[in-house]
Design a protein around this ligand. Structure first.
Ligand code: S3P
Length: 439
């Protein structure tokens, strides 16, 4: 985390070409750290994302007595302390910008009976935590937030949690994972019904660590565990990071890129379906399975895009990719409509507001709605855009430069390091004319 303001300057034009290696998957890296930490024995993680968000999880676990042996920035051994081996941290756990660290650890630590306080940066302090506080309390956890159900969270040791039957009000993988981690420590089975599928990395990884978990359509049931078996985890490249380059290559004339080893888990990869429906030429090569997750080398070529009505059932499984998709919509022929995406209002920024303001600044006609927006494709002018400290807004508008008539400047980009360390160098190498100014 840094207080320095970073401004991206993107010169108009250019194309993206060649192999583009994006870093490891953020969601899977968080989960691998957490499950390995409470396993019996050593787990070797490869392809780990050394971003600010996952490092926040790692630091939190280290302050609760978990040891790590790094072999490189992306490879480490986690020395598991067992399900009941976490110690109370002496100071508040600072999760920085990371909602995933916060919500998943809330469930894990409530179950493990760790006495702690969880805090974060200004964006995280505003994000809703009632969605995890209420069901955890129903399980018997002693957890509280501020009056308006935001951080700081206080967790106190409580009697053993009870299993829960819970109908989730939102299709949120963070909420689901929070309750599954708490369910490991409960006195009986827990069953969660999700209103629609959301990313299932936790379910897959719990099974890999030897936990008894059953999935039947949108119901997931977990049995309490006596122990987790240490397991090596190979983490694929992050499709959410790849999405910026997919959109960049689609909209920049003369582009042709390969994104190797990207996770294409079907509960995560709807960005590919949506961009293909818009006319995107995206090919999956060498499809394979790595570490229990489907992976492919993704080829993306310049394409003539057209607007679409984004199918609502794809929204939760493309939820982090809308900043990039909406940039594609900005230059697509015709109108793109997004609805059923009210969750975008409570991400690292209000992404409906931030994307509408940014597209409008680039001369695109947008109509924001409570649960989405309508975008009339056009031609990007240049302009100065506020990313609101949101990594994904910053990277999406950086890619807009490839199809813009003038220079784009993007404010408040330091948080790009939360999910994509090295973004600027990788983007520049691929062909984006980007530089950064620090103040
Ligand atoms: C995540 C789930 C999603 C996503 C976030 C990562 C996860 O959040 O937006 O970036 O790793 O579980 P929600 O569960 O709030 O939709």
């Amino acid at each position: 985390m840094t207080d320095a303001n970073v401004i991206f300057h993107v010169e108009p034009g250019g194309s993206l070409r060649g192999m583009v290696h994006v870093p490891g998957d953020k969601s899977i890296s968080h989960r691998a750290l957490m499950l390995a930490a409470i396993a019996d024995g050593d787990s070797h993680l490869s392809g780990f994302l050394p971003g600010e968000d996952t490092l926040a999880t790692q630091r939190a676990l280290a302050s609760m007595s978990v040891a790590f042996e790094p072999a490189s920035a992306t490879e480490l051994v986690v020395k598991g302390v067992g399900m009941h081996g976490l110690k109370n941290p002496g100071t508040p756990l600072d999760m920085g910008n990371s909602g995933t660290s916060t919500r998943l650890l809330a469930g894990l630590l409530a179950g493990a009976g760790v006495d702690c306080e969880i805090i974060g940066d200004a964006s995280l302090m505003r994000r809703p935590m009632g969605r995890v506080i209420e069901p955890l309390r129903e399980m018997g956890a002693d957890i509280s937030g501020s009056e308006d159900q935001t951080l700081p969270l206080h967790i106190r040791p409580s009697a053993r949690l009870s299993g829960i039957r819970y109908r989730m009000p939102v299709a949120s993988a963070q909420l689901k994972s929070c309750l599954l981690l708490a369910g490991l420590y409960a006195d009986g089975k827990s069953c969660l019904q999700q209103p629609a599928p959301s990313r299932d990395h936790t379910e897959r990884m719990l099974a890999a660590f030897g936990v008894d978990i059953h999935i039947n359509n949108n119901e997931i049931c977990i049995e309490p565990a006596a122990r987790l078996r240490a397991t090596d985890v190979s983490i694929p490249a992050d499709i959410s990071s790849a999405a910026f380059f997919m959109v960049g290559a689609l909209i920049a004339p003369g582009s042709d890129i390969i994104l190797p080893g990207v996770g294409i888990n079907p509960t995560r990869s709807a960005v590919i379906d949506i961009l293909r429906q818009m006319g995107g030429r995206i090919t999956l090569n060498s499809e394979r399975s790595e570490g229990g997750e489907p992976v492919a080398d993704i080829r993306v070529e310049t394409s003539d895009l057209h607007g679409i009505d984004i199918p609502r059932h794809l929204v939760p499984i493309a939820i982090d990719e809308f900043p990039a998709i909406l940039v594609a919509a900005g230059v697509a022929d015709g109108v793109t409509r997004l609805g059923g995406a009210e969750e975008l209002r409570v991400k690292e920024s209000d992404r409906i507001a931030a994307m509408s303001a940014g597209l409008d600044r680039l001369g695109i006609q947008v109509e924001p709605r409570a649960d989405g927006m309508q975008v009339q494709g056009g031609i990007f002018s240049g302009g100065r855009i506020d990313s609101h400290g949101d990594h994904r807004i910053a990277m999406a508008f950086a890619m807009a430069g490839l199809a813009a008539k003038g220079r784009i400047q993007i404010e408040d980009c330091a948080n790009v390091a939360t999910s994509f360390p090295g973004f600027m160098d990788i983007a520049r190498q691929a062909g984006l004319q980007i530089s950064a100014e620090r103040s």
